[in-house]
Write a protein that binds this ligand. Structure first.
Ligand code: TYC
Length: 103
């Protein structure tokens, strides 16, 4: 019994034996009304993108309907979705952002 417990404790402490956490991608959706400049500012503020990176993602969403802003653990992804949705609502834009399990 004692050795079994000792082995379990050791296994819990061994970081190399931890499974990686499930990852989620945060996806921005296109609409016809949100200004491009607003989307770029959101991508810079919430996802720490450069102007060039933000414009690239915004244009991808504009042309293809959706685009991945980043891939994060569940809590971080949910917080970023919440920040985007609050900014959109506060500025009365219909911008939508969702999280989904990373493939
Ligand atoms: N389609 C919008 C426009 O033409 C721009 C836009 C881009 C909106 C990306 C949302 O996630 C979005 N003003």
């Amino acid at each position: 019994i004692e050795t079994d417990i000792g082995r379990d404790v050791k296994a819990q402490r061994d970081e190399s034996k931890l499974a990686p956490p499930p990852m989620y991608q945060v996806v921005m959706l296109n609409d016809d009304y949100t200004p491009m400049e607003f989307v770029v500012e959101v991508l810079r503020r919430v996802f720490s993108k450069s102007v060039e990176q933000a414009e690239h993602i915004m244009l991808k969403v504009h042309h293809e309907g959706r685009g991945v802003c980043g891939i994060y653990t569940r809590d971080i992804a949910a917080t970023k979705v919440d920040k985007v949705m609050r900014l959109a609502r506060a500025n009365q834009h219909p911008l939508q952002c969702v999280m989904e399990p990373a493939p």
